[in-house]
Design a protein around this ligand. Structure first.
Ligand code: IMP
Ligand code: MG
Length: 332
């Protein structure tokens, strides 16, 4: 029977989902890795055998010879897709017969890039994602199956997961995060796709196939875009610097703030999160400051003396699920 685990971003993207995907795939058991939303607006930083790779489209399964599928919930920039294949090949990754695009994924066209390049209101990544999804829903888009150049990579999700591999074990990898979800994020300061666990189901996986939902958070929050997010306080500049908080896709500075625990709780409940990982603990250790918001409006801050108090409080706050803290960019 088909079994699916889902990785979701708990905040505004850049939580370190790539590292968690890489870790879970390494430990085996998965036959497929499926990206389920977004496009080249995302940037996943992955350390494989000590070498750094930044991918935008291609799921991390490819590093372990696991079939990697860009799902129908995604949009694809064909040039960047082929650039990425080249980068992986040059990095010594064997990609033969490992990379696929769902026939019904949509393609980012020049007209989408041009429209997005003029965007100023939200601070998008200007990669054409929003306009591509607009055309998809206006039913005037183009899909992967419309492009002969992609022929060797096309996959039909039904044939692959129900006819050819009915016992597939799938790791679904989300892009961005719940706070950027088109429906549940801070609209209009959101992306144009479904970053939730439901978004994984939209790629052809029934809710009953979902086993674990792994939520990935960062021990502080970051956001890239036009809205004001970072409060006036030197500590956030220190976090920005220590955490090297620059967008993997656009190089923009990420605004920093403390974590919001009630918001995380909401995301846990609304996505059925079973496991939660907090990344970049090493950055807060470097800076030596430990705080969290305990109300959704970000008015009440709890400050801790040290890492142990911080971790105890968080473990207790989310006591119904398994919580892991990570302090290394390469491992969990
Ligand atoms: P778009 O997805 O390029 O349309 O951008 C919409 C908003 O989502 C902007 O605030 C972007 O900075 C943000 N965004 C999109 N993708 C990512 C990502 O992978 N990480 C962080 N922010 C992102
Ligand atoms: Mg990213």
């Amino acid at each position: 029977m088909l079994k699916v685990d889902v990785i979701i971003g708990m905040q505004h993207g850049d939580e370190g989902k790539g590292k968690v995907t890489h870790h879970l795939l390494k430990n085996g058991g998965y036959t497929h890795c499926v990206r389920y939303n977004g496009g080249c607006n995302a940037g996943h930083t992955i350390y494989h055998n000590g070498e750094k790779f930044v991918t935008h489209h291609i799921p991390a399964g490819v590093f372990f010879g696991v079939k990697s599928v860009i799902g129908p919930g995604c949009v694809v920039d064909i040039h960047k897709f082929f650039d990425e294949i080249k980068m992986l090949r040059e990095g010594g990754i064997d990609i033969y017969n490992k990379i696929f695009i769902a026939k019904n994924a949509h393609i980012i066209q020049g007209v989408h890039q041009r429209a997005d390049s003029r965007e100023t209101k939200l601070g998008t990544t200007r990669t054409g994602n929003g306009p591509c999804y607009s055309d998809k829903y206006a039913r005037q888009g183009k899909r992967a199956e419309d492009y002969p150049i992609l022929e060797d990579y096309l996959v039909d999700m039904y044939e692959e997961f129900y006819l050819a591999n009915p016992d597939a074990k799938v790791l679904c990898e989300g892009a961005q995060g719940a706070e950027l979800d088109i429906d549940w994020g801070d609209y209009p300061y959101v992306t144009s796709s479904h970053c939730t666990s439901a978004g994984a189901c939209l790629n052809g996986f029934p809710p009953s196939s979902i086993r674990n939902v792994i939520g990935v958070a960062k021990a502080y929050e970051t956001y890239v875009g036009t809205k004001k997010f970072q409060p006036e306080n030197e500590v956030f500049n220190a976090i920005q610097e220590a955490g090297q908080e620059y967008g993997a896709t656009t190089g923009r500075k990420r605004q920093c703030n403390w974590m919001n625990l009630p918001n995380l709780d909401k995301v846990i409940r609304m996505n059925g999160v079973t496991n939660l990982i907090f990344n970049k603990m090493d950055i807060l250790e470097t800076v030596g400051s430990w705080s969290v918001y305990v109300d959704q409006g970000r008015n009440n801050l709890f400050t801790f003396q040290n890492k142990e108090q911080f971790c105890d409080y968080i473990r207790n706050y989310f006591k119904d699920i398994e919580v892991v803290f990570s302090a290394s960019p390469e491992t969990i």
